[in-house]
Design a protein around this ligand. Structure first.
Ligand SMILES: Cc1ncc(COP(=O)(O)O)c(C=O)c1O
Length: 373
């Protein structure tokens, strides 16, 4: 129950047993073309897709080093570890981040973005971490941010690493120019490949303004795909097989049904935990359906609690990052998550709390279970 990597179905694991093929062969071209087409369905986009052999950070970095030039102004909401990291990366690459800060667990009001655009002209891009994994918050006005960027003629980039495949993200409809995710979260594949979509507008800019980089040089990826349906460098083949299988499973389930399953599981988590007396870290209008961050009750020690969960009940949850270390625990409710995982996790949390001397109301589990009826 980690917020990544998540459980990988056997069908996806087994796909990696296929022989290693020549990545300059028709076999690979057929595979890669089908991966790209299926990824476009997952992203709900007609844009170009690149599959990077890297974890999510590589894809996030690719979005910065291909698009941002020295002195470029970039608006970015900052309210957690991953948004801070991204803003720091933009600055260290030579961009100028214009940070819209808010308390961790909250999103800034949308009006702050309008204000930032009023105060600064020539903003090059707006970067947003759609789901801040460190705090369990989701930005619920991504569509409005996309509209704003279109009106202002700037690029809109979404770090969707811990959400794509588990919540709404119609890339084209929301005008996302560069959308980034990774294989090991809601897609439920092993870690190591990261798909990224690039709009026509962003592609043209990147092609006309080459970046002095090699491995993440998107221009090369466009060229190789256009000319050969190949990648410029040796792809992580077994991960491509696994990712392709995971995409098949997602499309078989149907995106809408998958999103609804995540919503239902999150609802059961928030209900069950709430009736145990535990409060979510995130404010109600910012709560994630994929990362459930929970405040510890006073006197409960992080390590002890998570050791009980893992050693006694074989349930792994994550701790907090930075300032939140020891203050919250985080449940990944993503990928293959279903009623079984939710109910087993809730029962284990309840038992662990009792073992640590907390009196827990007896109807918490039933209340969560009702969400599945
Ligand atoms: C929102 C977000 N962005 C970026 C990353 C970095 O991804 P990775 O650990 O795959 O490099 C993560 C990882 O958890 C994340 O949650």
């Amino acid at each position: 129950m980690l917020p990544g990597p998540t459980n990988v179905p056997n069908r996806v694991m087994n796909a990696m047993l296929a022989p290693i093929i020549n990545h300059r062969s028709e076999d690979f071209r057929t595979l890669y073309k089908s991966i790209i087409e299926k990824t476009q369905k997952l992203f709900q986009t007609e844009s170009d897709i690149v599959l990077l052999s890297a974890s999510g950070t590589g894809a996030v970095e690719a979005s910065v080093v291909n698009l941002i030039k020295k002195g470029d102004k970039v608006v970015i909401p900052v309210n957690g570890e991953f948004s801070t990291r991204l803003a720091d990366l933009i600055d260290s690459w030579g961009g100028q981040s214009i940070r819209i800060e808010s308390q961790f667990g909250e999103n800034p009001p949308y009006e702050k973005f309008e204000q930032a655009f009023d105060e600064h002209n020539d903003i090059k891009a707006l970067y947003a971490v759609y789901n801040e994994t460190s705090t369990g918050t989701t930005i619920r006005y991504m569509d409005k941010l996309g509209d704003l960027c279109t009106r202002k003629g700037c690029f809109f980039v979404a770090d969707s690493v811990s959400i794509l495949g588990g919540d709404e993200l119609p890339t084209d409809k929301w005008n996302v120019d560069i959308c980034i995710t990774a294989s090991q979260k809601a897609i439920a594949a092993p870690p190591g490949v990261s798909p990224i979509s690039i709009s026509q507008k962003a592609k043209k800019y990147i092609q006309d303004n080459t970046s002095p980089i090699l491995y993440f040089n998107l221009k090369r990826y466009f060229k190789y795909y256009q000319e050969h349906f190949e990648t410029p460098f040796t792809p992580a083949l077994p991960l491509c097989y696994a990712y392709s299988e995971a995409l098949d499973m997602i499309l078989e389930e149907g995106l809408d049904r998958r999103i609804e399953r995540h919503r239902q599981c999150a609802d059961a988590f928030y209900t069950g935990l709430g009736s145990m007396g535990l409060s979510p870290f995130a404010k109600p209008d910012a709560r994630s359906n994929l990362v459930i961050a929970v405040n510890y009750l006073p006197g409960i020690e992080d390590k002890k609690f998570r050791d009980i969960l893992s050693n006694e009940f074989k349930v792994l949850v994550a701790g907090g990052f930075g300032n939140l270390k020891g203050k919250v625990f985080r449940i990944g409710s993503m990928g293959e998550v279903n009623k079984y995982h939710v109910m087993r996790t809730l029962s284990s949390v309840e038992s662990a709390l009792r073992m640590l001397g907390v009196e827990v109301p007896t109807d918490s589990i039933n209340k969560a279970m009702e969400k599945f009826r």
